[in-house]
Design a protein around this ligand. Structure first.
Ligand code: NOJ
Length: 731
């Protein structure tokens, strides 16, 4: 058949398929997504394609940190909107116009930052990681997805997978801490919770992996700064959680603000295309961070015009421009001028359409308008939020077993006791702080009829005002125990909220010191979105509970831990330095050239105040020796290691076991130890549990070289759990 006939035959076939047989292919839900994508793409004009690659704001912009005016002038052809409402009606009204008033009626997708809950607010991700319980995190994220999707949000910008090793960085609270493996496990749990098995289900939403990549290494912990990342750290630290979550099927990914070694993440073809698309076969959507395309011109200055910025970003691999307007204003003419190949536009549009088909938006573009009480803050959801808060709090210190309390008169002192904002942290989506149980309310509910609870604020979070000290001292004098609810305000961490000294402000520390010689047991309930400098406070108090930013039921969880109804089980996902002068300080540092693992200072200790993995319980646990089904193995073998843990106390409790590996001799210098597995189990008083670690040598004992290739070296490996070790040998 000659070419003309072939074309005629093919177009005849398309005509039959699309017209004679009924609806166009893309409208047929039973056809494979890729067939529908190609069919729809073939019908779109260049301008329609370009508009799919733009995101606008719909509603009142509640995001303090996003630069730009409140924008309610959105074109109906836009591919997606950031949706600032918890009412599905506003979304449905806009969607109706999109379907009716645009030529092809391609449904819009609605996104929002749901990072630790939509209306029911859970602990911040850093706190969630302390729980050691990815199954619970998955449940929490499934609940968040249900509230979101039923309220009109199809897509969240979460999880945040930036490995964060500098507690000064405000955004550390949005991460799962300092360890790449821990970020991977909780990242995957989050993705699974949001997305479920079927993105089109009415109670699941698309996840977005952010920020790709290396943002956690921002210089000096200051936000939006440069990062200088070696290939070794890029592959073995920063990319690790992203790879795990791409493999878990995350639907979308966001580029980061930082530059790596001079290349802005928004314009980094190596990470966004060569690694993400070509090596990892990611076929989801990539989106810029807020206005980060225009920032290539306005701040980072790798582009002299917005058109140049759009070229750099799109060709690097960013499909959607979040809110900067660079793509919508320049891409049509850039394609017409031959600067951007249409193939790149088509590939980006394919990703966006694929997301919409996967979300089922062509079949169900509208959100059912069900009443608020059926979709928000259901009793089951609140109970999950409380459980998450209980499991995420970390008992850092408990001298003389002052906790749990058996005292009859409890003084609660401090600004965090009644401050519900401190419960929520930032990015609390549609949460209403009035819904939260404050720490004081939680303590009062817990001890009702059991002990007398008295309260005095004493001072504010910061400032100079000491007029409340006298009442606080008097209240404490009447009590048998003093609970100091102190720490950071809710908005002292997250985006653009870095802190240099990371201390509790002076006024609170002064008040704490007033109780030093009171003879009363002092318990610090610490609210914070990061490790805090406790250097002069830790010696003064008898017990410390890291409460974090615990969410809507934080007060109930604290009450339960103080009374002993809840046995604390959280463990730190991040190192607490003694002072910020020690930063960087994290457990996974590479071996030094001489004896001292952290490198010594003459004037301060070089060890942390609290190590990664630290966390006490009211139970006591005894570890047996590690056993292995074999200790000599080949790289394709699988090994099973076990350790038995006994609860030697009279209290039931949960223990989280961290399994580390280290490579005593390697061709490049490796970290002293690397977390490769963790597990949490409940162990009844007097009972025992066996914890296991199935080692896949290629996965667990290898490292990646500067090109991301797996290297595994024969020889010995040491596996450790607490102070127990076993030596294994790879032939
Ligand atoms: C900027 C933040 O960096 C990002 O995490 C967030 O998702 C976007 N703004 C959208 O609000």
């Amino acid at each position: 058949m000659n070419t003309v006939l072939k074309i005629a035959a093919l177009s005849g076939l398309v005509f039959c398929q699309t017209t004679l047989l009924g609806a166009p292919l893309y409208k047929k839900p039973k056809l494979p997504v890729e067939t529908r994508v190609e069919d729809l793409l073939s019908r779109m004009t260049l301008h329609e394609k370009v508009m799919q690659l733009n995101q606008y704001v719909h509603g009142t912009n509640m995001n303090l940190h996003n630069i730009g005016k409140i924008d309610d002038h959105y074109p109906l052809e836009a591919g997606s909107y950031i949706y600032y409402s918890q009412d599905p009606k506003m979304r449905n009204d806009l969607q109706k116009r999109v379907l009716k008033e645009t030529r092809l009626g391609i449904p819009a997708v609605f996104a929002h930052d749901v990072t630790h809950g939509f209306r029911t607010i859970y602990p911040m991700p850093l706190a969630q990681a302390a729980s050691g319980n990815p199954e619970l995190v998955e449940k929490v994220c499934a609940m968040a997805a249900s509230e979101s999707r039923l309220s009109g949000t199809d897509w969240t910008f979460s999880p945040m997978l930036d490995v964060a090793r500098d507690p000064r960085w405000g955004r550390i609270t949005e991460t799962f801490g300092e360890d790449p493996y821990m970020n991977s496990i909780f990242g995957v749990a989050t993705v699974k919770g949001y997305q479920g098995n079927d993105l089109s289900s009415p109670e699941h939403m698309a996840a977005c992996l952010k920020h790709f990549v290396g943002y956690g290494a921002t210089q000096g912990g200051r936000d939006y700064r440069q990062t200088d990342i070696s290939d070794n750290d890029l592959w073995n630290v920063h990319l690790v959680p992203f790879k795990a979550c791409v493999d878990a099927g995350a639907a979308t990914l966001m580029s980061a603000f930082n530059d790596i070694n001079g290349v802005p993440s928004t314009a980094n073809r190596h990470t966004l295309t060569e690694i993400l698309r070509d090596r990892w076969n990611f076929n989801g959507v990539t989106i810029s961070d807020w206005a980060s395309v225009s920032q290539l011109k306005d701040y980072q200055s790798t582009a002299s015009t917005y058109a140049e910025a759009a070229v750099q970003s799109l060709l690097a691999g960013v499909d959607i421009d979040m809110c900067s307007g660079c793509y919508s204003s320049t891409l049509d003419s850039l394609v017409n001028a031959g600067v951007i190949p249409i193939k790149r536009i088509d590939d980006a549009v394919r990703s966006v359409l694929r997301l919409k088909f996967r979300l089922g938006l062509f079949e169900r573009p509208y959100t059912p308008e069900i009443s608020r009480d059926k979709r928000l803050m259901t009793p089951w959801n609140l109970s999950i939020a409380e459980k998450m808060a209980e499991e995420s709090m970390v008992l850092l210190k408990n001298d003389q077993n002052v906790l749990p309390l058996s005292h009859k008169k409890i003084a609660v002192i401090g600004p965090a006791a009644t401050d519900k904002r401190a419960m929520y942290g930032e990015w609390f989506s549609h949460g209403d702080i009035d819904d939260a149980t404050s720490l004081l309310d939680g303590i009062m509910q817990e001890f009702k009829g059991v002990a007398e609870v008295m309260y005095a604020k004493g001072c504010d979070f910061d400032g100079e005002e000491r007029s409340g000290f006298a009442e606080a001292i008097k209240t404490a004098a009447e009590a048998d125990v003093v609970i100091l609810c102190m720490g950071e305000r809710g908005n002292w961490s997250c985006e653009n909220n870095s802190r240099a000294e990371i201390a509790i402000p002076g006024i609170q520390r002064e008040l704490i010191k007033e109780f030093k010689n009171s003879g009363k047991p002092l318990v610090l309930a610490l609210t914070s979105g990061r490790p805090v400098n406790l250097s002069d406070i830790e010696p003064v108090v008898d017990a410390i509970i890291e409460v974090w930013q615990p969410g809507i039921r934080g007060g109930n969880a604290l009450g339960g831990i103080l009374s002993g109804r809840v046995n604390p089980s959280g463990k730190l996902p991040v190192t607490f330095p003694r002072t910020p002068a020690q930063i960087p300080l994290y457990y996974g540092i590479r071996r030094g050239a001489r004896f001292s693992p952290h490198g010594d200072y003459k004037d301060i200790p070089s060890t942390p105040l609290y190590e990664f993995g630290h966390g006490l319980s009211y139970s006591t646990f005894e570890y047996g020796e590690i056993t292995a089904d074999k200790t000599q193995f080949k790289q394709n073998d699988e090994l099973t290691l076990s350790v038995e843990v006994r609860n030697t106390s009279d209290r039931d409790g949960a223990e989280i076991i961290h399994w580390y590996i280290s490579d005593p001799v390697s061709s490049t210098v490796r970290p002293i130890k690397e977390l490769k597995h963790f597990e949490k189990k409940y162990i009844k008083s007097g009972d025992r549990q066996v914890f296991t670690f199935k080692i896949n040598p290629l996965r667990d004992l290898s490292i990646l070289d500067k090109n991301g290739n797996v290297i595994i070296e024969p020889g010995d490996f040491i596996v450790s759990v607490k102070d127990k070790t076993i030596r294994l040998s790879l032939e």
